[in-house]
Design a protein around this ligand. Structure first.
Ligand SMILES: Nc1ncnc2c1ncn2[C@@H]1O[C@H](COP(=O)(O)OP(=O)(O)O)[C@@H](O)[C@H]1O
Ligand SMILES: [Mg+2]
Length: 334
């Protein structure tokens, strides 16, 4: 969740503090109030300005003084630290490490590239450094296109984004918080980031700490699959539901269920009246609709299936090409 989403910051912090209280692994520190983030971390990264704030962290533009020392013309990085409400908890650093470890398993052109995880000794503040992304988040893009993106532009975002999700699931990493504000459109394509609520699939990375999923308020509720709202564990299918909400919103400019949670939308039977966004080719609709199913048993679509339909050429477009390039001529008899 970012500051661009219109919710009072205080409510977000309270809800996240609630989550931590629920997690058996995380107990409140006796240490008192949190340290303020120093301006220079590990004698290496100098914080320059705030880039964005989410439910768990704040991301800053920072100068890597080591790179600058060696004359690197691009010494800037993005540096993520936990919000101050979090650092009072002794396992807070491990949570940030978990985000680092999950993201670091993934090497993909459309997933943010991490540099390092560090702990500044004097302040005991943990941080992640990563590539500095420049460009709008997808929620800013959606706001600028209230009727949705034209198909070709949509495809240029949907395909790499789905490739990133396919890669993530293939490597056993569930994102857990897919939403437009966790994707930035840079000059060289989209980047998916913020695996802070991510989890490894069963059996992988067993030593990493896990957030309690019982307090669903930690999620951005309108992208959370119904089963997550009901306290069930995160699965690849829940990621698919969230991704389908993003793709729907990109193609029509509107959230599929009027920004309601899956539970509210189900109660109002909003799925019965769900319409295909005008910019979305008809061939993509059955798959996207299936991915938006409230009932996880009916949501049989996976990231690979969505990628297939979004990658296919638009059926009408193909018909047009064939019509124009296939002159009807009598065959010469030979
Ligand atoms: N690598 C990055 N480069 C530039 N801006 C970033 C980067 N990572 C995050 N941001 C900005 O900071 C915001 C919060 O980051 P995020 O990782 O989503 O934190 P949270 O886990 O608290 O939601 C993002 O919405 C985005 O605007
Ligand atoms: Mg975020």
């Amino acid at each position: 969740m970012t500051t661009t989403e219109k919710e009072p910051q205080s409510s977000k912090l309270t809800r996240l503090a609630d989550i931590v209280d629920e997690s058996p692994a995380i107990q409140k520190s006796q240490a008192g109030s949190a340290n303020v983030l120093p301006q220079i971390l590990c004698q290496r990264y100098r914080i320059e300005r705030l880039l964005g704030v989410g439910g768990m962290g704040a991301v800053y533009r920072a100068k890597d003084l080591l790179r600058a020392h060696f004359g690197d013309p691009e010494p800037w990085v993005a540096l993520k630290a936990l919000n101050e409400s979090f650092v009072e908890y002794p396992d807070a650093n491990a949570l940030l490490y978990s985000e680092y470890a999950l993201t670091n398993r993934l090497h993909h052109a459309h997933i943010v590239r991490l540099h390092d995880f560090g702990i500044d000794q004097p302040s005991q503040r943990a941080f992640i450094t990563m590539e500095l992304l420049k460009g709008p988040t997808l929620d800013q893009l959606i706001e600028a296109h209230p009727s949705g993106l034209p198909w070709i532009e949509l495809q240029n975002i949907a395909i790499p984004l789905l490739q990133a999700l396919v890669c993530s699931h293939k490597h056993g990493v569930l994102h857990g918080d897919l939403k437009p504000s966790n994707v930035i459109l840079t000059d060289d394509g989209v980047r998916l980031f913020d695996f802070g609520l991510g989890q490894a699939m069963d059996g992988l990375l067993p030593g990493l700490p896990r957030l309690s999923r019982k307090r669903i308020a930690a999620w951005t509720p309108r992208y959370a699959a119904l089963e997550l709202i009901n306290g069930e564990p995160l699965t690849a299918s829940a990621d698919v539901y969230a991704m389908a909400c993003i793709l729907y919103e990109l193609s029509g400019g509107l959230h599929p269920f009027s920004r309601l949670t899956a539970q509210q939308a189900k109660d109002m039977q909003q799925d019965q009246s769900l319409q295909r966004p005008a910019n979305l080719p008809a061939q993509c609709w059955p798959a996207l609709r299936n991915a938006l199913a409230f009932d996880k048993q009916q949501r049989t679509m996976d990231a690979v299936g969505l990628l297939e339909v979004f990658s296919a050429p638009k059926a009408n477009w193909l018909a047009d090409v064939l019509r124009n390039s296939w002159p009807v001529r009598p065959r010469s008899g030979n």
